[in-house]
Design a protein around this ligand. Structure first.
Ligand code: HEM
Length: 734
């Protein structure tokens, strides 16, 4: 152990460890960081104790320990939760080691494969649609339109993970008093309030079973929410094991189906008792308790981390309007269509969004308290003798703010740090919010799906600004993750384009073609269009008040759908009829409104009607009407293609395929159609060079932009300035 001191590494300093592991809550992170670095200056801090700990921000050592020398280290058990009663061993893969961990990880990995994540996308989409309504209503009810986002995102991630991983249709998004939400929050709060147990488990791991006993007996003194969640998970697992018809492509199913090599004769015996000797071989399945503990682990690991990350992302976007603007432009360029589902493949095109998420995770490596490894075989790494039993803790907050890797302004939120040319020269261990190596985060893909989809959808409809209610700097508290102490308040303004004619046309375009809009005479109005936030807002408020009736019908439909669960609502003929009725009525009324110049009222109705729907043509009447939600309407984003549940929807006869215009062309085409329904003009715009989202990254504020989309430079296309000015003139004259 002396070796570190001999090397001149800063000596034992108990507060140093405490500061790193726990006490960010007593010394707020941002203010403390600077002091800290100045105080110690070094990239190592050694703490002697029952478990010796080396805290380090040396990326070379971290890379060796976490990635290269994987077999000589295992992830440390930090927090005593559940043990296998037979073996006094941790049940969770999170705390397990060696072969046991490998087997479990091999079981869960396929549940997070790209193919599985693609299948989950429509469900996540669905829940985000509910989030949009909640943000709109929440912002409207406050004078400065502020909303507390941490709690909101917790509801979102909880519903997503329960639906996608456990197969439960939970409704915390629509019901803030949801019991799952209450108990999950309780668990996370406990991690901030019981640091002594956490710390003792960390310092004296050999007394693990003592900590477990204390932890469990605490339940009798004060209700422990973990047990409530555990019971619910147990019910699900038992029900799913017994009811073979309830198969779903999720994590629970993956674990129920898993078979792996039994470790001991006892395990084989148990398996035989459970399913009979006929299946007798050396394979065994996961026990109910193992599945329950994993379901719980994934629920807690996935719910808190992702929601806190979303909170930090939106906080940074509200503080950095230029980043928000650039990101919105990219999103609008790739996903121009209003309320239609976002396809998994579309998300991959959002490069700048990746950079924003990565940068938020750089600035806030919220899961840093678990990035530790314990040496199981003494070894020498980079000239350091690492003794058996030494715990090496990667100090991510230090690494991800180190000017050596991130330049002189590490406190600035700059997504362009992640441009490929800048990434190339950076050490791979300089960014590791998901950990590193074979034991890095198992739910990474699922987390990224939720993060990307939520930011993309929410930013299309809302502008975010700092709220007067939010005090700065942020106060953070340390528990299982490092989270804002009292949540974060942000002002959400409904975007003009979400309300304006363009927004409307964009939404309509997911259900109508340009020609059809022209046919409906949408563009022949002679009113001017509100394009500022305030105009749009006041108009939208008026229109929203007026169509309360339709709103109420939608709400009642939604609550019915939630209470009766998704599947059953789809099977319910009556509900389907009423959905169709409401949608038909909304569409017809929306079109009427547009024609009688009440644009925003029309938009609202059209929005509701087009939400999650496709129009199919009824041959007999020639009238288009929507298909109920739940019917896959984009081939690329539906997992399994169900046929429409209602035969009344007669498929349209084959028409010669209309070549799909490029995004820019179709967008400009739609604008022109809206200004003057002159389809010839669409052809004119065909000469405009393709818009490249990549260009957005290099875009400066001066570059010409139309409705949030930056065009290629006028040198590339001599016709462009003239066309743009014509477009402006038309819109100005209305
Ligand atoms: C932004 C969101 C997330 C962050 C920042 C995050 C971060 C982390 C970190 C730092 C680790 C430790 C890795 C290491 O020691 O090298 C980890 C492990 C883990 N995470 Fe996540 N995580 C996130 C989302 C999720 C989600 C959504 C799930 C599940 C659905 C999940 C499940 C897990 C599991 C099971 C492990 C343990 C893996 C193992 O020990 O092999 N995480 N995560």
């Amino acid at each position: 152990m002396k070796i570190f001191k001999e090397l001149g590494i800063p000596g034992p300093e108990p507060n140093f460890l405490f500061g790193n592991m726990l006490a960010f809550r007593t010394r707020p992170m941002f203010r403390k960081y600077q002091e800290w670095r100045e105080e110690f200056g070094e990239t190592y801090g050694y703490f002697e104790g029952p478990t010796p700990v080396l805290v380090t921000s040396d990326v070379h050592l971290i890379q060796e320990v976490f990635i290269k020398q994987f077999n000589k280290f295992h992830a440390r058990k930090l927090w005593p939760v559940q043990v296998d009663p037979d073996k006094d061993e941790d049940v969770h893969m999170f705390f397990a080691r060696g072969r046991r961990w490998k087997r479990l990880r091999n079981v869960v990995n396929p549940a997070f494969s790209a193919a599985k994540i693609r299948q989950m996308a429509p469900s996540v989409n669905d829940i985000i649609n509910q989030l949009l309504d909640v943000i709109r209503d929440g912002a409207k009810s406050n004078t400065d339109r502020s909303i507390e986002v941490l709690n909101l995102f917790r509801r979102l991630t909880l519903d997503s993970i329960l639906r996608c991983e456990v197969g439960l249709d939970n409704s915390s998004m629509m019901c803030p008093d949801d019991l799952f939400l209450k108990h999950c929050k309780g668990v996370i709060e406990d991690t901030t309030k019981m640091p002594w147990l956490y710390l003792l488990g960390f310092l004296f791991p050999t007394l693990h079973s003592v900590w477990i006993t204390i932890y469990k007996s605490l339940h009798y003194i004060r209700f422990n929410p973990v047990y409530w969640l555990e019971d619910r998970m147990r019910e699900v697992v038992v029900m799913r094991r017994e009811n073979k018809e309830s198969r779903r492509p999720d994590l629970i199913q993956q674990m129920l189906d898993a078979r792996f090599q039994a470790e001991s004769f006892k395990e084989i015996e148990k398996e035989h008792t459970r399913i009979g000797p006929s299946r007798g071989n050396t394979l065994r399945s996961m026990t109910n308790e193992e599945i329950v503990s994993h379901a719980l682990l994934f629920l807690l690991a996935g719910y808190e981390t992702t929601s806190t990350t979303l909170t930090y992302i939106f906080h940074e976007l509200s503080q950095n309007p230029h980043v928000q603007q650039t990101l919105r432009r990219e999103i609008m360029s790739v996903l121009p269509r209003g309320y239609c589902e976002i396809a998994y493949d579309d998300l991959k095109k959002l490069t700048y969004l990746d950079y924003v998420i990565w940068e938020a995770l750089r600035k806030y490596p919220l899961a840093s308290s678990v990035t530790a490894r314990q040496c199981v075989t003494a070894c020498t790494i980079n000239g350091l003798d690492i003794p058996e039993g030494l715990l090496i803790h990667a100090n991510l907050w230090d690494v991800q703010y180190d000017p050596k890797h991130w330049g002189d302004n590490p406190h600035e939120f700059d997504p362009l740090r992640f441009l490929p040319e800048r990434r190339k020269t950076r050490h791979p261990a300089a960014w590791m919010p998901f950990g590193a190596g074979p034991r890095s985060c198992a739910g990474l893909r699922f987390a990224l799906l939720q993060l990307k989809m939520t930011v993309a959808k929410v930013l299309r409809d809302f502008d975010f600004q700092p709220s007067v209610k939010q005090t700065m700097p942020l106060k953070l508290s340390e528990g299982a993750t490092i989270m804002p102490m009292d949540g974060i308040e942000i002002s959400a303004l409904r975007r003009a384009s979400a309300m304006s004619e363009i927004g409307c046309l964009r939404r309509m375009s997911s259900v109508l073609t340009v020609a059809e809009m022209a046919e409906l005479n949408v563009g022949s109005r002679r009113t001017s269009i509100a394009v500022t936030d305030s105009d749009a807002d006041s108009e939208s408020n008026a229109s929203e008040d007026e169509d309360l009736d339709m709103d109420a019908r939608w709400r009642s439909y939604l609550s019915r759908r939630i209470s009766s669960r998704r599947n059953s609502s789809l099977d319910d003929e009556i509900t389907q009829e009423s959905i169709l009725d409401i949608r038909r009525a909304s569409i017809t009324k929306g079109i009427e409104m547009l024609q009688v110049q009440s644009i925003h009222k029309g938009i609202n109705l059209m929005r509701r009607a087009s939400c999650g729907a496709v129009l199919e043509k009824n041959i007999k009447t020639g009238v288009r009407y929507p298909v109920p939600p739940g019917t896959p309407h984009r081939e690329d984003c539906s997992g399994d293609k169900k046929s429409s549940p209602k035969e009344a929807i007669i498929p349209q006869p084959q028409e010669p395929p209309v070549p799909k215009p490029s995004y820019l062309r179709s967008r400009l085409g739609r604008r022109r159609a809206s200004a003057l329904p002159d389809l010839e003009s669409v052809k004119e715009f065909n000469t405009i060079t393709e818009f490249s989202p990549r260009q957005e990254l290099a875009m400066d504020d001066e570059s010409p932009a139309v409705g949030g989309v930056s065009l290629v430079s006028s040198d590339d296309n001599p016709k462009l300035p003239e066309m743009c000015s014509r477009l402006y003139k038309r819109r100005a004259s209305g």
